[in-house]
Design a protein around this ligand. Sequence first.
Ligand code: MV4
Length: 490
Amino acid sequence: MFRKVLIANRGEIAVRLVRGLRELNIASVAVYSDADRASLAVRMADEAAHLGPAPSSESYLRIDKIIDAALRHGAEAIHPGYGFLSENAEFAEACTDAGLVFIGPPAEAIKKMGSKTAARQIAIAAGAPVVPGTESAIRSIEQARATAHSLGYPVLLKASAGGGGKGMRRVDREQDLESAIRDASSEAAHAFHNDEVYLEKLVIEPRHIEIQVLGDHHGHLIHLGERECSIQRRHQKVIEECPSPLMGIDPGLRDRMGAAAVKVARAAGYANAGTIEFLVDRDRNFYFLEMNTRLQVEHPVTELVTGLDLVSWQLKIAAGAHLTIEQSDVRWTGSAIECRIYAEDPENNFLPFPGKITRLVEPSGPGIRLDSGVYEGWTVPFDYDPLLAKLVAWAPDRNAAISRLKRAISEYKVGGIRVNLAFFTDILNDEAFARGELSTAFLDGFFVRRKPAPDPAPEMEAVAAIVATLSRQKPAAPVVNPTSKWKWEQ
Ligand code: MV4
């Protein structure tokens, strides 16, 4: 096993990785930019290396600086976390070239899955279902018109190099097709330096369900079941859960999706942890969408329900160990739900709200896991994604997990910045959510049916203003009592 590993990331995932390394008695090296000198990950890691200025282009994305830091500190391997360089094949290759182990899949598998059309072709060849559409990029307007006609409108244009919804255009009528191709193509050219687009039949109000896979470097590959990630806002996941409520309706679905995911991963020559994304339509047909060749933000829900430690397995597999779990050993127990806690203002169009955390009370207790990257007194920098923490509840069933999450949110106090905690309370109280009626359109409906908070009476606003002024003049913070009715400044 490795003796020392460098963590090429920041925030909550860097903290998660320090913890995973320490449990295996492996020394950790954190890296940091100017904005992260005092980060929780830096404080918790055994060693730390400075990368450069705050912008990620000058720090967390600098392959040369990260490799240099690993070599200087005597690390044998690098864990990339998620985002940043985690799906960069050039980085994976640079690690290998420097004699370091990249903790992730082979660079070749990252490359293959980086192109959405190449990934689609791999899935087709592997016999996994894909959404009906073009085999590869559109070559002419005539070809597009003919394909769209045979698929039937509405269709969806997607960027070959895309992902995350950029370069995507819904087309409802043939007369809109040509201009939509031009728009999607130029958006793709700007975003990905690749103007290729392809066509798919549009799946109406699909669910987004993904399958976790895990494979070793000796050809053994299994799946760890699904995560339901349908609740998204602007292609950002908001809540993730395992199992998907759909599995209660169709108990064979997990096996079918899992088998398809394993076929795709095998065809890509995959090893380590990865995720196969699917769309699921109203009739519970599923279609391969893309593969994420990294550890994902939402991996804790899989860990809680399967009892398997994904980071620990990533490290063992990267060190050459055999994955000693058979598919039939994997069991799914209870229900886990994760909320992504952001420094943002849900009352102001989810505007990022970084700043100093002046007060922090973190929830705990039965069934609660908090993967956090912050502490009281830390200033959340505005240079990065403002994810503070992931609050995850496990319970024997979904309703109990929802209750636990609501209880944990009621204990969670963050002062000095705005956070999206109240938004989660509203979703967890939503009746469609309780019934498990989820789709990628869930939040659109939620915002419409959510009753707006009643306007406070003018005299109450005057009282609130006076109280706020007086409380700002208070010399000291009160003693923290989470059960009191004290209203925090959050
Ligand atoms: C789709 C789709 C409907 N039909 N493809 C969005 C991001 C990209 N990775 C794929 N996406 C979609 N592809 C077909 N043929 C709907 C989406 C989509 C979506 C997918 C997953 C999660 C959230 C989404 C939000 C809007 C649209």
